[in-house]
Design a protein around this ligand. Structure first.
Ligand SMILES: Nc1ncnc2c1ncn2[C@@H]1O[C@H](COP(=O)(O)OP(=O)(O)OP(=O)(O)O)[C@@H](O)[C@H]1O
Length: 255
């Protein structure tokens, strides 16, 4: 893959600020006094060996797991004190490894269902297929390379197209922070290249955090890489910097 990441503009105010974050499971610290800052327009990739705490960090951000101590600030919200639903409503979207699309519905219907009608008073009861919803579905479908498949039933899509559809369902809610767990697992080479393009595009105006093991893919998307090991940051910086760090080679890349 040759598409180099587009640079991002750093600001003094990170969109996501994680400080001293710790979670203990029966005394075992899966995440240990973690500090992590992510800016707007940034694609941050979190790498590290199995069991390093990567998934747990995303679980903590989206409220699936409760922190033992520490803080997760997203814009002006303290996420450690909020429910999973409230965290979605303030603009955090999370994609898990297995797509959770509705297989018996079309691409159009899957996207339409993700339109945040529930945010409006009486929205769920009075929802109709209005021109603005149709326009939004069409624009998201084009973004995720599925504009030629709007009326295809989701179970007929390829594995990669299903992953894109789920990203599209998250985009319908216009999240400011999008988190993706191994988005290219099982994808073909051309699907990986298109996913890299997609992530570059959707990071414009928001922040994207990706957990990934495929180093070629990491190279093609990451503005900055965070290497986790035993719940702590082992190294952080550009791909070139972390790749040549002897500590990182020792615990992860050399294996
Ligand atoms: N709910 C839980 N209860 C007990 N232990 C847990 C729980 N969730 C995670 N762990 C442990 O925390 C550690 C970190 O797990 P985590 O899944 O975050 O690692 P990871 O870096 O995502 O690994 P992988 O690359 O294999 O997905 C592991 O030792 C795991 O067994």
């Amino acid at each position: 893959m040759s598409n180099a990441p587009i640079g991002f503009e750093s600001t003094d105010h990170p969109v996501l600020a994680i400080e001293d974050l710790t979670v203990s499971f029966d005394g075992f610290k899966a995440v240990d006094k973690l500090n992590l800052y992510v800016q707007r327009n940034e694609v941050r990739v979190v790498i590290g060996p199995n069991g390093a705490g990567k998934t747990t960090v995303l679980d903590l951000i989206c409220g699936k797991t409760q922190a033992t101590s520490g803080s997760i600030r997203f814009n002006n919200h303290e996420l450690t004190k909020m429910s999973e639903h409230a965290i979605v409503r303030v603009g955090v979207g999370r994609k898990f490894q297995t797509p959770s699309i509705y297989e018996n519905l079309s691409v159009f219907e899957n996207l339409e269902m993700s339109f945040p009608r529930g945010r409006k008073v009486f929205g769920a009861l009075t929802f109709k297929r209005s021109p603005d919803v149709v326009a939004r579905v069409e624009s998201v479908a084009a973004e995720i390379f599925l504009d030629q498949h709007l009326y295809t039933q989701a179970d007929l899509l390829s594995h990669g197209q299903k992953q894109w559809l789920e990203i599209g369902m998250l985009l319908m809610q216009e999240p400011e922070l999008l988190m993706l767990d191994e988005p290219v697992a099982g994808m073909s080479v051309s699907e990986r290249e298109k996913t890299a393009q997609l992530l570059g595009r959707i990071s414009q105006g928001r922040s994207v955090v990706v957990i990934e093991h495929d180093m070629d893919f990491v190279k093609s998307i990451a503005h900055k890489v965070t290497v986790l090991h035993q719940g702590k940051i082992l190294a952080e910086g550009s791909m070139d910097k972390v790749q040549s760090d002897p500590k990182v080679i020792d615990v992860y890349l050399g294996h």
